[in-house]
Design a binder for this molecule. Structure first.
Ligand code: ADP
Ligand code: MG
Length: 697
């Protein structure tokens, strides 16, 4: 008997090379093997009689090889043919010709006299019925037929280094001797899906279609349930923490808002109200603010931070990049120093405090004097905030900007202190509304679904590479009118290896094209202070065009920049393109986003057309989801959730709903999973937690 947790390396019948191939697929244990689910199935239940005509439906046939031959064509190319005769052939049966082009190894595997099972579409070629490149298996003994044929046969995803047949054989053999008692069924009591071990058998080797469907439903539910238990327990853990109210009476926030050169949108006002309520409650806040690029999340965050400061607490604002932290620092200084506040900046590259000393007191402020960070009302920083021993005397509110750039564990690092600070995470990456609960179920969600008025419109146009000259004429006209432009190209991704030469060459070309307007180059490998200076010159309008990588992606705000040209646009995801174009259309002028692409495929055209049609981030997210599937949406670092192996967030939305309800009910009744009956769920959560955190760096 083999228990589920058994390492495959301890099974002496699996040869070492196969173990290595399995390891490359991250399959180490029996459980890993059995949760490497089939990608699809082939109905090989019946061996069909040999066909008389061609057909679009693949058929599964069994027969004997009566002849083989090799023909050459076009010089060195070869066709290998094997003629297959139906077993128990009668007068009417026609032989079938199997053909492979240039596949030397097939020729070596097939010989006259062998029995073969083939799966493919019969096609008429001249007078003969042929199957080209059929899937085939040589039958060595009749046992094998029972594993691979006369059944609904599983076809597995990538099995590099292992044939489908070998992989299937392994799964079959392991299932045969699986210790059923070791397979725990961790499902809530009120759902009846039968045992997990039965489901595992049926998902790999289904008895019939209904059993397969039931097994899939069981396993998808159990996958979703594990995920929802994790989310629900996170929420529950957070709600058990003791917090404090961090809310002043609002005079300071009022003063700040009155000083702004614009009125808040209704959505901003509504969200500030939601935050005020959370801050005023003793219960720790855990809120996500979703708002499209340019919807004005910063103002909202500042309003909330001022409420905390007014109540005598410090606030921290964490940004994912140096540029963004610097920008926040500059903006907050401009807005808040006149109110007598002290702001400090903490990034890996630079530390600085600014603002009046001695401190002004706000209300009952308890912000201590002297020291460095301890004496600032608001500390702004990058990851350095987490790691460089920034001491907060009195941290009341943590705001995390562009939270998808941080992992769950990083968030935890800043927020896990006692008593719990209130936490606001912000993201400009909208996700389809139906997914919000799934992905961010441990957070309360606020949405800014309205853009400030008087915003210049953004017109988006997809253009072929060949149209570059016209695009250039247009750009130059904009620059002559005093506007500024971004030119974005995907050459230097921060994760890709930096190709400095290519970047420099690209930049030279652009300098020529845009002469006499001043151009500068910006990318992730430029040292921070210099990057900052480049950004600053662009912001002040001394530079007309910025040739850049995606480092300008998040949060950068230069209202006079009205043109964005994105090169090789097809190489970016929709959501990212939408983010990028959010850098323009930030002032009163009409803005233009030009998506340049050299690729002509239908797929690319359909993808980019979405951006021409809509400027609503949620609509873009929906379309992105349609086109690409949700893979990235559940990126581990973003949501801190393990990747899904079987379930499909869209197709199985209903099951997710059930799983969510079941998980919530369990944690509502027993928030700490203390009862004996809930211990199995506790294990589930702890295990998942482990997987998750080890994945997030
Ligand atoms: P994001 O939500 O993408 O972080 P920001 O907070 O950077 O957007 O805001 C974008 C720009 O819009 C900033 O210059 C900001 O000062 C301005 N802004 C914010 N709210 C309003 C408003 N209600 N009316 C006009 N401009 C606003
Ligand atoms: Mg922002």
């Amino acid at each position: 008997m083999i228990p589920l947790s058994q390492p495959l390396s301890e099974l002496d019948w699996i040869p070492r090379p196969k173990l290595l191939a399995l390891r490359r697929l991250e399959i180490e244990t029996v459980e890993d093997l059995l949760t490497h689910f089939p990608r699809r199935y082939e109905d090989r239940t019946e061996f069909a009689g040999f066909p008389r005509e061609e057909s679009e439906n693949p058929v599964c046939l069994c027969g004997e090889v009566v002849k083989t031959s090799v023909r050459r064509f076009g010089g060195w190319k070869k066709i290998f043919e094997a003629t297959l005769q139906e077993s128990n052939a009668n007068a009417l049966s026609q032989p079938l010709v199997l053909r492979w082009f240039n596949l030397h190894y097939v020729q070596k595997m097939i010989a006259t006299g062998q029995r073969l099972v083939v799966f493919g579409k019969p096609r008429l070629r001249g007078q003969r019925l042929c199957m080209e490149h059929p899937e085939f298996e040589v039958i060595e003994n009749d046992d094998e037929i029972s594993v691979h044929f006369r059944r609904i046969t599983p076809i597995y995803p990538a099995t590099e280094g292992l044939s489908q047949r070998v992989f299937r054989g392994l799964v079959y053999r392991v299932l045969e001797s699986l210790d059923e008692a070791s397979v725990e069924t961790s499902l809530p009591r009120n759902v009846d899906f039968g045992s997990r071990s039965h489901a595992l058998h049926e998902i790999h080797f289904p008895s019939n279609e209904p059993e397969l469907a039931a097994a899939r439903e069981h396993l998808v539910f159990s996958e979703f349930f594990g995920m929802q238990m994790l989310i629900a327990s996170r929420r529950s853990t957070a709600s058990l923490r003791s917090g404090q109210a961090h809310c002043g009476d609002g005079a300071l926030t009022e003063k700040f808002l009155r000083g702004l050169p614009f009125d808040l949108t209704d959505a901003q006002t509504r969200v500030i109200e939601e935050l005020r309520r959370d801050l005023a409650s003793k219960h720790p806040m855990n809120r996500l603010l979703q708002g499209d690029v340019g919807s004005g999340k910063t103002v909202v965050a500042v309003a909330a931070m001022l409420l905390a400061v007014e109540a005598g607490f410090q606030a921290a604002l964490m940004a994912p990049t140096q540029i963004l932290a610097e920008q926040h620092y500059a903006v907050l200084r401009r807005w808040l120093e006149p109110l007598g506040m002290r702001i400090s900046l903490r990034t890996g590259a630079r530390q600085e405090q600014s603002g009046p000393l001695p401190l002004l007191d706000f209300g009952t402020t308890r912000v201590p004097r002297g020291g460095d960070d301890d004496s600032s009302h608001i500390v702004i920083g990058t990851h350095a905030l987490l790691y460089e021993g920034v001491s907060f005397e009195n941290l009341g509110l943590v705001v995390i900007d562009e939270q998808h750039k941080f992992g769950v564990s990083q968030r935890a690092r800043l927020t896990m202190r006692e008593p719990a600070p209130d936490v606001l995470v912000m993201t400009a990456t909208p996700i389809p509304r139906t997914l919000t609960m799934t992905v961010y179920g441990d957070l309360d969600v606020s949405i800014i679904d309205e853009m400030p008025s008087h915003r210049g419109k953004i017109i988006t146009a997809v253009r072929e590479q060949a149209k570059l000259p016209e695009v250039l004429t247009f750009m130059r006209a904009q620059l002559e009118a005093g506007r500024q432009a971004y030119i974005v190209y995907p050459l230097i991704d921060e994760s890709e290896k930096l190709d400095v030469k290519a970047a420099a060459a690209e930049f030279e070309t652009w300098r020529e094209r845009l002469r006499p307007f001043r151009c500068e180059l910006l990318h992730g490998r430029i040292p921070a202070p210099e990057k900052q200076a480049i950004m600053e010159r662009f912001r002040r309008g001394e530079t007309s065009a910025l040739v850049s990588t995606t480092v300008i992606e998040v949060g950068v705000d230069v209202p006079n920049a009205t043109v964005m040209l994105i090169e090789s646009a097809e190489r970016f995801g929709l959501a990212q393109l939408h983010q990028l174009r959010g850098r323009i259309g930030r002032g009163e002028h009409k803005s233009y986003c030009i998506l340049l692409t050299g690729e002509k495929s239908q797929e690319t055209a359909a993808k980019l057309a979405v951006l021409e049609k809509t400027s609503d981030g949620f609509a873009v997210a929906e379309a992105d989801w349609e086109l690409r599937g949700p893979g990235d949406l559940l990126g581990t670092a973003q949501s801190g959730l393990p990747a899904l192996k079987l379930g499909d967030l869209k197709q199985d939305a209903q099951i997710m709903k059930q799983a969510r309800a079941a998980a919530s009910a369990i944690l509502l009744a027993d928030p700490e999973l203390k009862t004996g009956a809930n211990q199995r769920f506790r294990r589930l959560v702890v295990e998942k937690q482990g997987q998750t955190f080890s994945n997030v760096s």
